[in-house]
Design a protein around this ligand. Structure first.
Ligand SMILES: Cc1cc2nc3c(=O)[nH]c(=O)nc-3n(C[C@H](O)[C@H](O)[C@H](O)COP(=O)(O)O)c2cc1C
Length: 342
């Protein structure tokens, strides 16, 4: 089994993206409903994350979005130098206007979402739906590139059929259109997260372009980190669900942080405090409950724990539930429970 100190040789290397330096090669992936300002602060407090990605933000809404009231387009000034705003939309001009706002606010970069395959997004012909019309996807990348100087990321999947050749071709076209980095999730769009991602395709995308390529998909432990780097030659890794389950994982893998037995108890309380600090109580409770399902996925009795948390009705009740669930030592599993991790 790979020890975290071994993977630091891969992860703790700076990288230049679009002329800007990133401290290390491990990113927090964008996750709607989860990578909000409170969760990102929790990750930041543990440390070790190269770049943080926001939840996906609607490009249509962004130019006039009020960040004081928006649920998703909200940030802390301190995180801006490492924060990438993900946008989704269907039209090049709309995406360009959103990217201008992202740049004006001082984010590190903007990320174009061609990965989301949920019906509500695809119906708008946004997210992964754009992989069906490569011309339009490329036009969006070009329009965003022309609109801003900050680093432009493109997040995409294999496509709608299991055809790595077209993913490779598309990667080249995104690079030609001016993308500064690619984040590739090697699954077909109809398969949200049920079958294993095909990491070999990440290697093919990486070899086809000169810009940095970040691999994504089911990197859950240090052994996975090491295998993804060595099997694909990728420049870095974007992690999603394991960061929800272990917000300190960046610090563990890049900084040699060794969590103790009380970390879940402490982490859960801190998450709740941060949610309360950034959101109305009702939103804080709702977001905490959603997160708790992933946070308990590494526990042997995770199902039972998230059920206890679901019953809490207010902040005081939630604090009691946290003490009940995390206040004593719990048995962990080697890998997260995939039923809780979908
Ligand atoms: C709850 C949830 C929400 C997600 N929302 C987004 C999103 O808004 N934008 C996006 O590009 N990907 C989104 N994803 C996909 C993740 O960024 C990532 O590609 C996927 O979870 C695979 O990585 P993982 O195995 O490390 O979790 C989401 C995934 C999850 C689990």
């Amino acid at each position: 089994m790979t020890h975290p100190t071994d993977i630091r040789a891969f992860l703790d290397r700076p990288l230049t993206i679009g002329g800007r330096i990133v401290e290390n090669r491990l990113f927090l992936a964008p996750m709607a409903g989860f990578t909000h300002v409170a969760f990102r602060q929790l990750v930041d407090e543990f440390g070790g994350c190269g770049l943080l990605f926001t939840e996906m933000c609607s490009a249509k809404a962004l130019p006039s979005e009020n960040s004081a009231v928006s649920q998703v387009f909200r940030w802390r000034t301190a995180e801006l130098p490492r924060l990438v705003c993900q946008i989704f939309g269907a039209e090049p001009e709309t995406m360009a206007a959103a990217a201008r706002r992202v740049e004006a606010e001082g984010f590190f970069g903007v990320d174009i979402n061609f990965g989301c395959s949920v019906a509500a997004i695809c119906k708008q012909h946004a997210g992964a739906a754009l992989l069906k019309t490569p011309e339009k996807a490329v036009a969006i990348v070009r329009a965003v590139r022309e609109a801003v100087c900050l680093p432009v990321f493109v997040k995409f999947r294999t496509g709608w059929t299991d055809d790595p050749d077209s993913a490779v071709e598309l990667a080249r076209r995104f690079e030609d259109a001016g993308a500064d980095a690619l984040v590739f999730h090697p699954r077909v769009s109809p398969d949200r997260r049920s079958r294993p991602p095909k990491w070999a395709y990440i290697g093919r995308v990486k070899r086809a372009v000169d810009i940095p390529v970040f691999g994504n998909g089911e990197v859950f432990d240090a052994g996975d980190v090491s295998r993804m780097f060595s099997d694909t030659g990728c420049d870095g890794i974007s992690i999603g669900r394991i960061a929800l389950a272990r917000p300190w994982v960046f610090a563990e893998w890049t900084g040699g942080f060794f969590p103790d037995a009380g970390i879940y108890h402490q982490g859960a309380h801190r998450m709740l405090d941060l949610l309360v600090c950034h959101y109305e109580p009702v939103v804080a409770i709702r977001r905490f409950k959603k997160w708790a399902v992933f946070f308990t996925a590494g526990f042997k009795y995770g199902h039972r724990f998230s059920a206890v948390i679901r019953t809490a009705k207010d902040i005081a009740g939630m604090k009691e539930a946290i003490d009940e669930v995390f206040g004593c030592c719990q048995e962990m599993t080697a890998r997260p429970n995939m039923n809780l991790f979908r």
